[in-house]
Design a protein around this ligand. Structure first.
Ligand code: SDX
Length: 432
């Protein structure tokens, strides 16, 4: 954190100058405050993809992409992965501090007591074809929750904001499980209040009415770790979508549904599914050079899925932890060892290739996560849904921060217009 600095901008043609001032954060780059740039100087800034633009002030998550640092409310993700639980991390992200025993017990109980869905919501699934993509079903059903809570969600009321967050965090696993069961043609399995968050999810996924199902604690433990690592990630595409949608005062369930839609893209959360498709297509170590050549070929749209990141120009700290967890899960539970071996070799070869080294393309959170999901029996089509379940916590934390931000206003970016200048309408008879 440094003090603010003053910058002079000088038009070299006219000699006209104006001042800009920077603001420091507690850690990380300072920001140059350009809020009055247009009103004062008649200028916009230009930053497609917002690679150099801070759209808000936040206290939730900090990333240092060069150092490979990720912190939730100041706590390194490695420490949370080693000592915390997803429910405790959810409390931390929402409320800013680690809970004491009583607070954690109350939060955990609140979440467990809100996992059931209105029976009418379950009937929405009858309208989907059996092979509908689960992300489409989940986005649609989460959006429909705005229909149930349109007149009981006063976003100006702190208690209502709490209830919204508790409800959606509690219900998104139930919605995900319903989408999965619908795709199997199996009956929906109701949540159980005696099970913890991840055990309940696995139970709703894999139990059937015909027999007893006991959740494997190792599977629940691995899932809990994955959810901690996916819970939040600063102003990523889907979180920024939730903030922008929510900034108009839209129903928060609709804002979360918009976030799910944005996460689905293969450049974002959809990459975990695309990585498995890619590994299965590569098939064997001997084919790796051919696919690396395709990834480097500007005329080939193929990209090495699970590699590269807008912010991390070093190893994604989450990928390191997930890779180590792969070893444990596959060793204890079996599963796609050959696929994991192929992924390890692909990483090893790519990280020695000058294209990937020069462009600082490292494995990201999506490169290994699908291998664990598959070892837990989760089908590829559900991988991004798993990401959405965990990221719902981050989306809720950022939505709450945006709604209560004293500087908050509706998001409305401007543009560099390069279209047609003014011209008059031409009657069709006079057109060429
Ligand atoms: C997530 O933002 C977040 O925090 C996201 C996330 C989260 O937790 O919310 O971390 C989750 O979305 C992880 C990313 C998952 N996506 C993928 O794995 C898809 C593959 N990766 C790429 O599509 C890409 O790396 C992005 C989308 C992740 C980042 O894209 P950028 O920042 O816009 O970078 P870029 O496309 O400008 O790439 C820079 C250069 C380009 O080459 P040049 O035009 O400079 O010659 O690197 C090349 C790209 O062609 N490049 C790749 C590549 N990724 C970038 N070349 C081959 N394979 C790749 N994977």
């Amino acid at each position: 954190m440094t003090g603010s600095s003053k910058y002079t901008v000088r038009n070299q043609d006219t000699g006209k100058e104006f001042q800009l001032e920077s603001r420091p954060g507690t850690v990380g780059p300072d920001v140059v405050d350009i809020r009055n740039l247009f009103t004062g100087q008649g200028l916009f800034t230009y930053d497609p993809g917002f690679g150099s633009t801070a759209g808000c002030e936040s206290k939730i998550t900090y990333i240092d992409g060069d150092a490979g640092v990720l912190m939730y409310r100041g706590y390194p993700v490695e420490q949370l992965a080693g000592h915390s639980s997803f429910i405790e991390v959810a409390y931390l992200l929402l409320y800013g501090e680690l809970p004491n025993k009583a607070q954690l017990a109350e939060f955990d109980r609140t979440i467990r007591m809100h996992t059931m869905l209105n029976e009418s919501v379950l009937r929405f699934f009858d309208g989907f074809h059996y092979d509908a993509h689960p992300m489409a079903m989940v986005a649609g059903v989460v959006g429909s929750m705005a229909a149930f809570y349109h007149d009981t969600t006063n976003i100006a009321d702190a208690r209502h904001r709490d209830i919204f967050a508790h409800r959606i965090i509690a219900k998104i696993p139930t919605i995900a499980a319903a989408a999965y069961k619908h795709s199997l043609g199996q009956p929906f399995i109701y949540p159980r209040n005696d099970l913890n968050y991840c055990s309940n999810l696995l139970h709703m996924f894999y139990a059937v009415p015909a027999e007893r199902y006991d959740v494997d604690p190792l599977a629940a433990e691995a899932l809990d770790l994955l959810f901690i690592l996916h819970a939040d990630h600063e102003q990523n595409c889907s979180t920024s979508t939730v903030r922008l949608a929510g900034s108009s005062g839209a129903n928060p369930y609709s804002a979360i549904s918009a976030g799910i839609a944005a996460l689905w893209g293969p450049a974002h959360g959809g990459a975990n599914e695309a990585v498995l498709d890619m590994l299965e297509e590569i098939g064997d170590v001997k084919h790796i050079p051919k696919y690396l050549a395709r990834a480097k070929d500007k005329n080939d749209s193929f990209r090495l899925m699970g590699f590269g990141h807008r912010v991390y120009k070093n190893y994604d700290p989450r990928a390191s932890i997930i890779r180590e967890t792969c070893h444990k899960v596959l060793t204890r539970m079996g599963g796609n060892q050959p696929l994991f071996e192929l992924a390890l070799r692909l990483e090893e070869i790519a990280l020695k290739d000058e294209y990937f080294v020069e462009k600082k393309l490292y494995p990201n959170v999506d490169f290994y996560s699908g291998i664990i999901y598959r070892a837990l029996g989760i089908p590829k089509s559900m991988f991004t849904v798993m990401f959405a379940i965990a990221r719902t916590v981050g989306w809720c934390a950022h939505w709450r921060e945006m709604i209560t931000d004293p500087d908050g206003r509706i998001g409305r970016p401007r543009q560099l217009y390069t279209g047609a200048t003014r011209r008059d309408y031409v009657a069709i008879e006079k057109r060429g």
